[in-house]
Design a binder for this molecule. Structure first.
Ligand SMILES: *Cc1c(COP(=O)(O)O)cnc(C)c1O
Length: 516
């Protein structure tokens, strides 16, 4: 009988029946149900409810009634429900297993946060409600702002950005407003962005009308200081730097970097997506940062994509705080008020970024997470996240090839040198991980590392879980090196769908269902 490494049976018989070869009549594979599209399950002629026909009536829509059939399939409640439950079971989730996606901080989302986010006073507020009726919600936003400023040591925070990238745009628009006020918008054109940066950084700088100047990395995976010195000049508007950087390394020269940029009259934008490695340990203000976004949906445990857009609040230094966008909160006697209009503002907001005030559900989850951890708990989150990443780095270093020497921060970066001459690529390796029941790590990012594999375990994984993950990767690495590529080239074989043409899916997506 086939056994796994802990001696548990993995197949009912030992007669060589391979799960991947088994063809079933229904197309389902055991508990993994075959599931067609909704349009194939239902049909426009089909009706999911059993109600009497509408008696003859006169329309009051003033001639605006739809004239053609809309073509949506009719489905009964159980049909619709099963469809979505079946699809959900094909998905990997943090509640299902370790999710090592580097640069994303996929950590456990405590159920306590969910419970609080569902309190009617938070979940059911309407953004157009009179402010006097939502004082509790505004108070929560003020409390969250306090925590974000305390954690980073910064002077102000804008809560309305709805993603990390949106936060970058907010911060860089503040930089732009400051430069404009100095009358230098025509001359300060350049934004320095390291080669290893997340793609949103150069995209943001370009969207704000700046030119991007790429900074190379040195042999240790950090900013090349000589290159930086040669690029500094009076036309530098800002540097956009991630710390710890996307190679999972702390930028040791960060104070010198910020001094160089400031002395040249520029601003320091820090990409704060990796705050999980330094929160409670490093005060962002002490690094000389002028603006930084914080991904509440990474560091502060909100599920990614859960319940709507994300939340990317931006903390600002006193050099930029006056340009923060509306709306923002001010004290109003005993309570709180929102400054909604640029004209109302005492400061000089660059404008407004979105219709309303941000993501209430994410604010509640983030504050619940912060308050349940406390200051010491948040520090320990960083320590444990860094410890877990280094544990994996140490365990995997013999069989896989670390991209850089030394310790890492919250994520461990490997290149594909260990796969050299095996015929197995980073992509194949990642696909084989799916057969092992793991979501692959981040692949081919950062771009500065060949065949990159970026692994971020986060603080919420136990040692047992890390060991199981490491053992699985080590066994795959050994298999690849032994010359047995069969597990890789066709992987995944045990997933609901096999290897997909991802390029074609991205380039020519089929977004609309058509009959036939
Ligand atoms: C996730 C991430 C971003 C962008 O955040 P979104 O919320 O996805 O827009 C930016 N920079 C880095 C380093 C990230 O990991």
């Amino acid at each position: 009988m086939a056994m796994n490494s802990t001696g548990r049976p993995t197949a009912p018989t030992g007669d060589g029946a391979r799960a991947e070869d088994l063809k079933t009549f229904s197309g389902s594979r055991g508990l993994m149900q075959q599931e067609p599209l909704l349009h194939e399950v239902g049909a426009p002629e089909k009706c999911g409810v059993d109600l009497p026909c509408v008696p003859k009536h006169t329309s009051r829509l003033g001639g605006l009634e739809r004239e053609e059939v809309i073509g949506l399939p009719g489905l009964s409640e159980p049909e619709a429900l099963r469809h979505y439950v079946r699809l959900s079971q094909r998905n990997y989730a943090i509640d299902l297993g370790l999710y090592p996606l580097g640069s994303c901080t996929m950590k456990h989302n405590p159920r306590l946060n969910e419970k609080l986010a569902r309190l009617p006073g938070f979940a059911d507020v309407h953004p157009l409600q009179p402010q006097s009726t939502v004082q509790g919600a505004l108070g929560l936003m003020a409390e969250l702002s306090h925590w974000l400023m305390a954690i980073t040591g910064m002077d102000a925070v804008a809560l309305s950005p709805k993603a990390g990238a949106h936060g970058e745009w907010c911060g860089m628009m503040c930089v732009r407003a400051a430069i404009e006020e100095r009358g230098e918008l025509d001359t300060r054109r350049r934004v320095l962005v390291p080669q290893s940066a997340h793609g949103t950084n150069p995209a943001t700088a370009a969207a704000c009308g700046f030119e991007i100047d790429e900074l190379p990395a040195d042999a240790t995976g950090r900013v090349d200081m000589d290159a930086l010195r040669s690029k500094i000049g009076p036309d530098v508007a800002a540097i956009m730097l991630t710390n710890p950087n996307t190679c999972g390394l702390f930028e040791r020269d960060i104070r010198e970097i910020s001094d160089l940029v400031h002395d040249a009259g520029g601003y320091f934008y820090c990409d704060g997506a990796n705050l999980n490695a330094i929160m409670g340990k490093t005060r962002v203000r002490d690094l000389g940062v002028d603006a930084m976004h914080i991904n509440l949906h990474k560091t502060f445990s909100t599920p990614h994509g859960g319940g709507g857009p994300g939340a990317g609040p931006v903390v600002l230094s006193d050099r930029l705080s006056t340009y923060a966008p509306v709306p923002y909160l001010v004290r109003d006697g005993e309570g709180w008020a929102l400054v909604e209009e640029v004209a109302q503002a005492k400061a000089k907001p660059f404008g407004r970024m979105s219709a309303f005030h941000g993501q209430m559900g994410m604010f509640v989850r983030a504050l619940a997470y912060m308050m349940s951890h406390g200051a010491d708990g948040l520090r320990q989150v960083s320590e444990d996240a860094v410890l877990n990443a280094n544990y994996l780095l140490a365990r995997l270093s013999d069989e896989m090839s670390p991209a850089y020497d030394g310790l890492c921060m919250h994520e461990a970066l490997f290149d594909d040198a260990f796969l050299k001459d095996t015929g197995v690529t980073t992509l194949d390796f990642a696909k084989a991980m799916i057969d092992e029941g793991y979501h692959p790590m981040t692949m081919y990012f950062p771009l500065v590392v060949h065949g990159a594999m970026l692994i971020e375990p986060t603080e919420t994984e136990s040692r047992e879980s890390l060991n199981r993950f490491a053992d699985s990767l080590i066994s795959l690495a050994k298999l690849a090196k032994s010359g047995d590529t069969s597990r890789f080239t066709n992987a995944p074989t045990l997933a609901p769908l096999r290897r997909l043409d991802e390029t074609r899916a991205a380039r020519t997506p089929v977004l609309r269902w058509r009959e036939g």
